[in-house]
Ligand binder design. Sequence first.
Ligand code: PLP
Length: 451
Amino acid sequence: MDSKPATDARSPAYRDDRNHVFHSWSAQGALDPVVVAGARGSRFWDESGRSWLDFSSQLVNVNVGHQHPRLIEAIKAQAETLCTLAPYHANAATSEAARLIAEVAPGDLNKVFFTNGGAEAVENAVRIARHHTGRHKVLAMYRSYHGATAGAIALTGDPRRWGAEPAMPGVVHFWGPYPYRSSFHAQDAQQECERALAHLADTLMVEGAHTVAAIALESVVGGNGILVPPDGYLQGVRELCDRHGIVLIADEVMSGFGRCGEWFAIDRWRVTPDLITFAKGVNCGYVPLGGVIISERIAESFRQRVFPGGLTYSGHPLACAAAVACINLYREEGLIERARWLGDAVIGPALRELQQRHPSIGEVRGLGAFWALELVRDRDSREPLVPFNASGAANAPMAEFAAACKRLGLWPFVNFNRTHIVPPLTIGEDELREGLAMLDEALSVADRYCV
Ligand code: PLP
């Protein structure tokens, strides 16, 4: 990057950013960030007042939209009372947040270890599973994302791991179900389910199931493509874990807290994992928060034995007060049911209708407020619109599609050859249809690359 200070006169915020902020996952010199001046509901705007409809919910976290007054009130009230506290004390906000999370969690998942975000939740879930079982190996999926810290990135099954390798030892990757691009040459979803389970059973056999502490998976794979597992898959993984005494970790950092039209995506299949990792939607990221929900059986193994882990800000009162307000809001405003309705009544049908008219849409998939369009050059061969992990010129079709969305006033979530439709659960139906109309227009840019 040019080491000269930026003199761009756009605004002090832009200048200071370019001179001093080191951004995630980026070549720093290539960045030209929008300076966001404000946000409300499903929209945010820049310093000139130009606004975008947020179809990405930022990083799929603002489930209740931006600047929800009830969350702001709760944070203000907590700030007046008690901003911060060492985690060895108890306090009203943290206790209530833990109780509410346990109330909405499935089965006997009843104890909460709080972290500052998703990656730390995954780190601690792995540590809990290893100490509980006395085993060290962890199985995780290809095409997954679990966070960017040392252990969580080792579990991650996408190119974001490459830059952190050699990663934490003891992690083995396996293929999960993905009917549209089956690793198992399956003809339909049921065959995909059976073959993916057989592959997992074989992986356990050759790895030595007795050496495996945990299988960690996203109940519905998020960042890697909104891959909804076929019915029966998660039940099958549960059975394999039970047979071999393996801890099942459901990573619900993105899919949890209403995103999939359930409190946790895994609820849809009535499967109870042993540990759930959460973050994002628990309080929509108004103050950073994540954690692990722990079954009574696993918590019991730490009743006498010390759990070897901790964080200065575990159970942060401001973050937990926001979680209390957020969970109450989900309940009182029926937002979990609303997400299901958005998917069934509006987003799913609208995207399928777009598929009729846009040859670039290879597949439409999703549920709740969690949808993907997989874009292709050719529907018959399913050749992706851009190659796997493309950058620069090779990624031009997706970059042009994203630029078209932004020009029209829509902020898209774009990854590889997909766009994800993941708006706030609170988005108004009119706004949603307005966004879908912009998407419709932008897709004509992608269509130009079709054979
Ligand atoms: N797990 C999943 C499924 C995620 O989608 C993410 C982030 O997107 C993480 C873990 C990591 O969360 P964080 O970025 O809060 O560390």
